[in-house]
Write a protein that binds this ligand. Structure first.
Ligand SMILES: [Zn+2]
Ligand SMILES: [Zn+2]
Length: 160
C-alpha cells in the first residue's frame, strides 16, 4: 500500500485501501496465525508537509493457547490515525506502522483464559476438561514400582 504524494492535492482527503499478506510482511507467530489478509481502508490527506491516514485495519487470526493448545478464531479490528512526515519523500508506505500494530497485538504468551490449567505433562489430558491421577501418584512413579518394590523405591529416594 503505497501513497504517491504527487497524486494528492493539498487538504483534500482521498479514500484509500490496500491489503497485506501476513507471511510476506512477517507478522505471523507460531501461536497467532492469520486466516485473512490484513486489510486497511480509510482516507488519507496531505496537508502542511504531512500525510494523515485515518482508517480501520481488519484481519482475522487463529490463536493457540500456550498451555492447553486449544485454537480460537478471532477477528481483529483497529482504528488507526497515523501521521507521516513527508520531508524528502515522494511516496509513503505505512507498512512499518502496520507491522508494529500487529506485533504489539501478539502477547508473549496467549492463554485461552487466564485460569487455563493446561495439559497434564504426564498423560496429556486437558485439565480444563477433566482430571487425572498423575499428580497424586507423582509424575515419575510408574504403577509397577508402587505396587511391589517398596523397599527398592525407598532406597532410590535416598532417605537413609
Ligand atoms: Zn488453554
Ligand atoms: Zn495426567
Amino acid at each position: 500500500m503505497k501513497f504517491i504524494l504527487s497524486e494528492f492535492q493539498e487538504g483534500i482527503p482521498v479514500p484509500v485501501e490496500g491489503s497485506y499478506d501476513a507471511k510476506a510482511i512477517d507478522v505471523e507467530f507460531p501461536d497467532m496465525l492469520y486466516t485473512k489478509p490484513i486489510f486497511l481502508a480509510g482516507k488519507a490527506e496531505k496537508s502542511g508537509g504531512m500525510l494523515r491516514l485515518q482508517g480501520t485495519l481488519t484481519t482475522a487470526v487463529k490463536r493457540i493457547c500456550g498451555k492447553c493448545l486449544k485454537e480460537k478464531n478471532e477477528a481483529l479490528s483497529f482504528e488507526v490515525d497515523w501521521i507521516f512526515d513527508l520531508s524528502g519523500k515522494d511516496t509513503v508506505e505505512p507498512l512499518e506502522n502496520v507491522r508494529e500494530l500487529l506485533i504489539v497485538e501478539h502477547p508473549l504468551v496467549h492463554l485461552c483464559k487466564a485460569s487455563c490449567r493446561g495439559l497434564c505433562p504426564h498423560c496429556g489430558i486437558d485439565l480444563n476438561e477433566g482430571t487425572c491421577n498423575c499428580k497424586e501418584n507423582g509424575y515419575h512413579a510408574s504403577p509397577v514400582i508402587i505396587k511391589k518394590e517398596k523397599s527398592k523405591k525407598e532406597r532410590h529416594h535416598g532417605t537413609s
